[in-house]
Design a binder for this molecule. Structure first.
Ligand SMILES: [Zn+2]
Length: 295
C-alpha cells in the first residue's frame, strides 16, 4: 500500500554530532524524583480505601487525596485507559502531556512524574509502579504513551461519517460532569497500557496492548487530585479501525476486545515516617510578569 507522508523513510548523513536529551536527565536533576524516597513509598504498607470498576466504553472520575497512591489495573486482561488529572481544588491546573514528554520521555514509567501546565509546572503524580517495566519491542513500540491523545467523536465523524458517543473524550466528559467540569476541561491524556511509537515515516502507530490480568500502573499523588480514566472503546487495540474502509464500528470486532479497568486508591499506613523527606510540590517561583509593565 502506498504511504502518504511528508516525511522520507531514508536518512541523510550531514556529519552532525549525536544530539543529547534536551532536558537534563543527569543525577541530581531537579526534574527527577528521589528514587530512594519513592521506592520506600512503593514498598510501604498501605490500606485499600476505594475500588472503582470502569466498565467497557465508559469512564469514572475519583478524588485522590495528596500523599495517597492510586493503582490502575487490567483485571480481565489487555485494555488501554485514557487518563486525565486535575488539581482537585483548581481545575485549571491539569496534566501537561507535551511538557512531560520533553522532561522525561514520550513513554513513561517508574520514577517519571506527570507534570502540570503553566503557570503551575509541578508534579501532579510520581509513578511508583509499572509491571510492564518500560517495555520496548522490536518495532520501537513502548508502553504508557504521551504521544497520542484520546479518541474523540469529531475525528471519527470526519473519517467515517458516523456518530459515536463512547469515545474516550465523551466518556471523560460524562465522568467529570458531576464535579462541575465540562468538555473544555478534558485534556491530552496519558494512554495507560498503550503501546505506541513513530515509524520510519515519523507516523504514529499503536500495537496490541500487552497487559495481563496481574498488570498495574501505580502513582503517588503529589497533590489533592481529581483523576478520570476511560476504558477506551478500542479495547486492547488489536482490532483498531474507525476506518475509512469499513462501515459499522460495532461490526469490526472492537467491542469483543473491550475489557474493564480498575482504579484502586490506597492510604499509607504510616505517612509520617514514610514521607519524612517528602515536600509538597511547589510552583517555580518565577518573579517576572512576562515583561509586562504597569502603565
Ligand atoms: Zn479511546
Amino acid at each position: 500500500m502506498e504511504v502518504i507522508s511528508s516525511q522520507r523513510p531514508e536518512r541523510t548523513t550531514y556529519g552532525l554530532n549525536k544530539p543529547t536529551a534536551a532536558y537534563f536527565p543527569q543525577p541530581g536533576s531537579k526534574l527527577y524524583a528521589d528514587k530512594k524516597l519513592y521506592e520506600k513509598i512503593a514498598s510501604s504498607e498501605k490500606k485499600l480505601i476505594q475500588t472503582h470498576w470502569i466498565m467497557p466504553r465508559s469512564a469514572i472520575a475519583a478524588e485522590v487525596p495528596a500523599k495517597s497512591v492510586f493503582r490502575i489495573r487490567t483485571p480481565k486482561g489487555p485494555q488501554v485507559g485514557d487518563l486525565n488529572i486535575w488539581n482537585r481544588h483548581n481545575s485549571r491546573e491539569k496534566f501537561w502531556a507535551a511538557r512531560t514528554r520533553q522532561l522525561h520521555s514520550a513513554h513513561v514509567s517508574k520514577f517519571d512524574r506527570l507534570w502540570s501546565n503553566l503557570p503551575y509546572l509541578r508534579p501532579m503524580v510520581t509513578i511508583i509502579g509499572d509491571t510492564l517495566n518500560a517495555r520496548h519491542d522490536e518495532w520501537g513500540g513502548r508502553v504508557h504513551d504521551t504521544l497520542g491523545t484520546r479518541c474523540d467523536p469529531y475525528v471519527e465523524k470526519l473519517i467515517s461519517g458516523e456518530d459515536n458517543d463512547f469515545h474516550c473524550h465523551s466518556n471523560l466528559i460524562r465522568a467529570v460532569m458531576p464535579y462541575g467540569l465540562t468538555e473544555f476541561d478534558i485534556h491530552d491524556v496519558l494512554n495507560v497500557f498503550q503501546v505506541t511509537g513513530l515509524d520510519e515515516y515519523d507516523q504514529y502507530f499503536m500495537e496490541t496492548c500487552p497487559s495481563d490480568k496481574g498488570d498495574y500502573f501505580e502513582c503517588f499523588a503529589e497533590q489533592d487530585l481529581l483523576v478520570a480514566l476511560s476504558a477506551c472503546p478500542g479495547g486492547d487495540l488489536s482490532q483498531w479501525d474507525w476506518g475509512e474502509q469499513k462501515d459499522d464500528v460495532d461490526s469490526k470486532g472492537m467491542v469483543q476486545c473491550c475489557r474493564p479497568l480498575v482504579i484502586e486508591i490506597y492510604q499509607l499506613n504510616d505517612p509520617e515516617t514514610i514521607l519524612k523527606d517528602w515536600d509538597p510540590p511547589k510552583t517555580p517561583n518565577y518573579g517576572g510578569n512576562h515583561g509586562l509593565r504597569q502603565p
